[in-house]
Design a binder for this molecule. Structure first.
Ligand SMILES: Nc1nc2c(ncn2[C@@H]2O[C@H](COP(=O)(O)OP(=O)(O)OP(=O)(O)O)[C@@H](O)[C@H]2O)c(=O)[nH]1
Length: 196
């Protein structure tokens, strides 16, 4: 059984729909402190996402000896500036207006741990170009999507109405949602967690 050390509903959903048996075990790490430390160390945002994923895996590892633990992290990068999740709908509106008409990257990192050691890691950075949507569209979008947006680092659900925000997407929708499935499934088969 794979332990998913994440509170992300979409990560859980993607794994379950792909037929991967999991047990979820969300962990709390101080992401702000870890991001700040990574910045002090001069890490790139992509490296920072992997560092955060590793911290989550490490936090879960002691509770599940001899089990594989999957942890993940995702950072939004707009021209070198990292965005965290919005805390309020007003902040979500502000984030989307800042991203409007520009291209941002989602640095998405995964790590598999077992018995306190990293067994596999993967990161990728889909790039999304947001169209210059109208104020009326933004109002309708925020009203329809509601506070579900606060669980999404970019204030959009690509599998929902969020797709209407973009006119160019380079990368898979699974990676955008925070879980690049194909490389992960390969790693799980290599470790006999899934049948070949
Ligand atoms: N449903 C959905 N969620 C998204 C999308 N893009 C990003 N996210 C979510 O945004 C969140 C990024 O924050 P993270 O710090 O990686 O993860 P988290 O939600 O805090 O959960 P943990 O793994 O427990 O840290 C994840 O839950 C992603 O699944 C999307 O298009 N759709």
């Amino acid at each position: 059984m794979l332990i998913l050390a994440s509170g992300s509903a979409i990560r859980r959903q993607l794994l379950q729909e792909a037929g991967v048996p999991i047990t979820t075990h969300p962990v709390a790490v101080d992401e702000d402190a870890l991001r700040h430390h990574a910045e002090q160390e001069g890490l790139s945002l992509r490296e920072t996402a992997l560092t955060l994923a590793r911290a989550k895996a490490r936090a879960a590892s002691s509770a599940f000896p001899h089990h594989y633990i999957l942890a993940a992290d995702q950072l939004l990068d707009l021209e070198g500036t990292a965005f965290a999740k919005a805390r309020t709908m007003e902040e979500a509106r502000s984030h989307l207006l800042t991203l409007r008409g520009k291209t941002h990257a989602l640095h998405t990192a995964l790590t598999l741990w077992k018995d306190g050691q990293e067994s596999w890691a993967h990161s990728e950075s889909p790039r999304l170009t947001m169209r210059s949507f109208s104020p009326a569209f933004l109002d309708a979008y925020l009203h329809k999507e509601g506070t579900a947006l606060l669980a999404c680092v970019g204030c959009y659900r690509i599998e929902g109405m969020g797709i209407q925000l973009f006119h160019l997407i380079e990368g898979g929708h699974d990676a955008i949602a925070g879980l690049p499935l194909l490389p992960l499934l390969h790693a799980l088969r290599e470790r006999s967690i899934l049948p070949s």
